[in-house]
Design a protein around this ligand. Structure first.
Ligand SMILES: *[C@@H]1O[C@H](CO)[C@@H](O)[C@H](O)[C@H]1NC(C)=O
Ligand SMILES: *[C@@H]1O[C@H](CO)[C@@H](O)[C@H](O)[C@H]1NC(C)=O
Ligand SMILES: *[C@@H]1O[C@H](CO)[C@@H](O)[C@H](O)[C@H]1NC(C)=O
Ligand SMILES: *[C@@H]1O[C@H](CO)[C@@H](O)[C@H](O)[C@H]1NC(C)=O
Length: 307
């Protein structure tokens, strides 16, 4: 009996030792592309990161690319503390260079990703050379008023002062005062929910953001690019914190997209100490490991009462 008890106890203590610590798994998913850290909720490997950001980032020759339905963008920065990233589109107009001809990507995100990925409210989109028939000027989407406005102190009035306008044959200063639609219309993303140049019948666009509380004087000092906010549910956040605290890496099931904690040699639906946590009222666990522990501990109690 004593021998059986020893075996059972040994098995019970071995389970968390083998599967629990998962040393090294914490860095299983984290990686770099050039000098940009790619970490949760993002990932470059399939099965890593939050499922809403799957198939989003790609690394080519140390250049991190972001791919959504409107096209590909270069990722310039990812700020994990403020949960934002900045993107660059080569056909985005800046102050020095106005790009027309409808070549820019704009910004349209897949519907299923919209709760997780949106331009920040302080990012201004300036739509350039839109036709008079553009939905922008037809009470789009519901309001009867033209949606053009300044965002975070940035807008077309100042943008018209940019050097780039001269090279596209439009005189600086004389824009936006005619009877037709304005040559430039500034908006925040929320107002239109998608910058699709062909749908909006625009020839180009610019996008700029400020890094508050920095106040910059004019459009030549604005930062050009698209600033995007990323957010995951509070429940996913706490799942990931618990997973990483136990040495795991946060990932997901590649078929059903449920969250997984990757613990090195096995995957947990909670965290890498799941079996230890059980005794203080844990949640769902791998059934085989769980029942092994239950049998072991009940056998232990049975034998101790007998003695
Ligand atoms: C990352 O590398 C790019 C050039 O590839 C450079 O412009 C940028 O400043 C670097 N960023 C950091 C944070 O080192
Ligand atoms: C754990 O999950 C990852 C991501 O889905 C997968 O690539 C890996 O094969 C899984 N490992 C095991 C042991 O099931
Ligand atoms: C943009 O709009 C055009 C025309 O409405 C449509 O065919 C195209 O699929 C849209 N693009 C995206 C990325 O939604
Ligand atoms: C935007 O700001 C400029 C000055 O920075 C101002 O002249 C202009 O009237 C503002 N436009 C709107 C639509 O509020």
């Amino acid at each position: 009996m004593a021998r059986l008890m020893f075996i059972l106890l040994f098995t019970a203590s071995l389970v968390p030792l083998v599967h629990g610590s998962g040393a090294g798994a914490a860095h299983l998913c984290r990686t770099y592309c050039g000098n940009i850290t790619v970490d949760y909720p993002f990932a470059l490997q399939s099965g890593c990161g939050h499922p809403s950001y799957r198939d989003l980032l790609f690394c080519f020759n140390d250049v991190l690319m972001f791919h959504i339905s409107s096209g590909s963008y270069r990722v310039l920065t990812i700020d994990y503390a403020y949960r934002s990233m900045t993107l660059h589109d080569p056909h985005l107009s800046t102050c020095d260079s106005i790009v027309l001809g409808g070549r820019g990507n704009g910004f349209v995100v897949e519907h299923w990703r919209t709760p997780y990925l949106n331009p920040t409210p302080d990012n201004v989109f300036m739509l350039l050379g839109c036709s008079a028939q553009s939905p922008l000027f037809q009470g789009f989407p519901t309001s009867k008023h033209m949606p053009c406005r300044n965002v975070s102190g940035m807008g077309c009035q100042e943008y018209y002062g940019c050097e780039g306008w001269t090279s596209v044959g439009l005189a600086r200063g004389g824009l936006g005062y005619g009877s037709g639609p304005p040559v430039c219309c500034g908006l925040d993303f929320e107002a239109i929910k998608g910058v699709n140049l062909s749908k909006l019948e625009c020839q180009g666009y610019s996008s700029a953001y400020t890094l508050a509380p920095l106040r910059v004087s004019g459009p030549s000092e604005w930062r050009y690019g698209i600033r995007v906010k990323f957010a995951v549910e509070v429940s996913s956040d706490s799942f990931c914190k618990a997973c990483e605290a136990t040495g795991g890496s946060c990932g997901h099931d590649v078929e059903r997209f449920g969250t997984l904690c990757i613990c090195g040699s096995w995957n947990s639906t909670s965290n890498c100490d799941a079996i230890i946590k059980l005794s203080v009222g844990g949640t769902s666990l791998p059934v085989d490991k769980l029942s092994g522990l239950l049998i072991a501990s009940s056998a232990f109690w049975l034998t101790s009462f007998r003695n």
